[in-house]
Design a binder for this molecule. Structure first.
Ligand SMILES: [Zn+2]
Length: 398
């Protein structure tokens, strides 16, 4: 992964421990996407560089200090945190104190999760864990950003979806490859046995049909004896090949059993995470320290949705009508995805009503209006089946 030339490095000192980190970030054109999902998740990632195939770009969303595991969104705000007086004077002292306090505890979440980060072997689990670390640090703020929390959880949801969408590729180990080779050879022997048996049948009928003419210079009695011997030998060979076929089949069954054990062992090995039977069991242990640890896409989207709702209610973070309409849309869309159709109707409906009002009044730049039109169109597509299926028209969308 380190060799990929679409990954660049930024040197940033950790605000908490001061350590200089070389944080990885993706260059422009590092990957292409097939499409963007209805909750803005990039789908169908095609990396420019080899070796990143297993990763989702979310892996690079968070910067984590390699020394104290302080984690936050890797953006220009973080790159230039030294110039941000507001952050340095008001947010940082509290974050620093509480972060180091946690780090000094004998059994602490930061060291536990930090040690489990392994972008090479577990890129997607690592992406989720970095986001969990970032959630932890965001909550140390005296006033955490609801929008930022929502963004973190939304991305955790994306990675869960990405992981479940990836077909568990059956990777043949060396043993399994050998078994496949053996099976191929058995097939070859099979084919030859069939050929042999058909050649023998042809020989038998040839001898039967031409018994009189085959041996013109020997007497009738001897002729009968020779013909009989032919018959005997041929039928012995035929019954021997039957026996071989039977053994072949037994060998093949044995192969299948070995193969099954190999793949099962591989499957279990692939699922193991940090000494736990799987990643979910590992996450469950974390819930003892941090309450909002999502164990599934649905959990993550549900928490993200609640933070988006808080951001709407607090009215502090959302800047402008476009962002507001988009937040209404996201709350509706995430509600729809987790099966909360009542809320989905309510918020998608709000996004549509507010968006149409803006479009009618032509408030905003051309680009803003285009964005709003796009959101309204998406909201209409998502809300339509909900309204039709339930036959419930109480939410007015137009
Ligand atoms: Zn640090």
């Amino acid at each position: 992964m380190k060799n990929a030339s679409s990954i660049y490095y930024n040197s940033v000192n950790c605000p908490v421990c001061g350590m200089e980190n070389q944080f990885e970030y993706l260059g422009k054109g590092a990957y292409r996407v097939e499409k963007v999902d209805t909750d803005y998740m990039p789908v169908g990632i095609q990396w420019q560089e080899a070796g990143l195939e297993e990763c989702h770009p979310v892996l690079f969303f968070i910067a984590t200090c390699s020394n104290c595991f302080y984690s936050t969104e890797f953006n220009n705000e973080f790159r230039n945190w030294k110039e941000n007086n507001q952050f340095r004077s008001y947010s940082l002292p509290t974050i620093k104190e509480k972060h180091l306090e946690e780090l000094n505890k004998p059994e602490n979440l930061l060291s536990h999760v930090g040690a489990a980060l392994d972008p090479q072997e577990y890129p997607n689990e690592t992406a989720i864990l970095k986001l969990i670390l970032a959630v932890f640090d965001e909550l140390l703020n005296s006033r955490p950003s609801f929008l930022r929390m929502a963004r973190y959880y939304l991305r955790i949801g994306w990675v869960f979806r990405y992981m479940s969408g990836k077909r568990p590729e059956f990777k043949l180990s060396d043993t399994a490859n050998l078994m496949a080779g053996l099976r191929k050879h058995l097939d070859g022997v099979d084919t030859n046995l069939i050929r042999l048996s058909s050649a023998l049948t042809n020989l038998t009928s040839f001898c039967d049909n031409n018994a009189e003419e085959l041996y013109p210079y020997i007497d009738k009695l001897t002729k009968a004896g020779v013909a009989q011997k032919y018959q005997e030998f041929i039928s012995e060979v035929i019954s021997a090949t039957e026996g071989v076929k039977n053994k072949q089949e037994q060998l093949r069954n044995l192969n299948e059993r070995v193969l099954k054990n190999v793949s099962e062992a591989e499957r279990i090995e692939q699922m193991r995470f940090q000494g736990f039977p799987n990643f979910n069991t590992y996450l469950q242990v974390l819930t003892e320290t941090l309450p909002e640890i999502p164990l599934s896409e649905k959990d993550a989207l549900s928490i993200a949705k609640n933070y988006y709702k808080k951001s709407i209610r607090s009215r502090k973070e959302i800047k402008g009508a476009v962002q507001e309409i988009n937040t209404f849309y996201l709350i509706g869309e995430l509600s729809r995805r987790i099966g909360n159709l009542k809320e989905a109707k309510e918020y998608l409906g709000s996004a549509i009503t507010r968006g149409r009002k803006l479009l009618n009044e032509k408030v905003g730049t051309e680009l803003e209006l285009k964005t709003v039109k796009n959101i309204v169109d998406k909201a209409l597509i998502q809300v339509k089946p909900i309204l039709e299926n339930k036959g419930n028209q109480e939410v007015k969308v137009g």
